[in-house]
Design a protein around this ligand. Sequence first.
Ligand code: NAD
Ligand code: APR
Length: 300
Amino acid sequence: YRAEVQSFRDYLKSSKRVMALCGAGLSAASGLPTFRGAGGLWRTHDAISLATPEAFRINPSLVWQFYNYRRHMALNVKPNPAHYALAELAKKRKDFITLTQNVDGLSPRAGHPAEQLFPLHGSLFDVKCSEFFCDYAEGNNFTDPIVPALALPLDESDPTTTEARKAKELDISDAKVLLPELRLDDLPHCPKCKKGLLRPGVVWFGERLPEKTLSTAEDWIIASKKIDLIIVIGTSSTVYPAAGYTDRARVKGARVAVVNMERTEKTTQGMREGDWYFQGDAGVILPDLLKDEIGELTVL
Ligand code: NAD
Ligand code: APR
């Protein structure tokens, strides 16, 4: 294993253009559930009922509470050493970029330079208007929840508060908790068109990625004569177009290093002679792999 790490470090040193492709596994060490792994978010919830435009049209109150809950979870955890390692690498190498499928805001909080970070699926801390004709969109810092209206009623007197919620902060991971039906006019509305409901600024199942994000990521990949190395971290490589970037980088001559807790048919897809597979926790493995470049992490 040490020989593998050393050969990776040597190759990274001699690489010019490097990219990282990240998924939920990068944030697992921070304590956020992944989507498809054991205990994954889609295990406890039907993803289609919570993360699609259809779900939002039918029950915006439920979808908003789900995303409020995810934002609440994300604010309650901290970036882990893997987030910091990528941020430090980006500070040292201007020819390094991170493509992330994560919406949890942990990479920006680890100090990752924004101009080298492409959030392919948006962010829990962004909102946009749900009306197709309106282009209102707003980014947000990571402290104030955008929609105070969703400061869910937890006081005793409120009839919609279920027993389970009285006892503790809203925690919809146990699907038994009955969520209150928030009234439509209690949900955030678009300040621009005054018509549409605001929605979470994330990419839902079946939606295209924001053109701007897609084109900047594509430009970086296509524009570059050659990509020397892609590091694929904590993703099941099941969702496109993100899953396709590894093959795109290979076509550009990149060698591939996978960092993943598991080893599956999808995560090993297309592996070739000279590629690396580091099986285990990204929070432990990544700082070790990047040590020659970023030194010892002191930001813990
Ligand atoms: P999907 O199969 O619908 O593909 C997602 C989008 O990528 C599609 O709109 C399609 O236009 C595009 N696409 C599909 N295959 C492609 C390819 N080969 N090359 C280029 N583009 C391709 O994926 P999905 O599982 O339905 O998820 C849709 C998106 O929503 C994904 O990006 C997923 O990560 C995201 N998502 C986000 C959340 C969240 O809470 N942030 C939850 C679920 C899904
Ligand atoms: N270190 C490294 N890898 C890990 C760790 C860890 N500590 N914990 C889990 N993993 C790996 C799992 O083995 C799995 O391969 O992370 C991956 C998580 O996969 P998913 O849960 O499918 O998450 P992701 O690949 O990011 O999903 C892609 O689909 O649901 C949508 O928009 C959502 O961005 C998400 C996208």
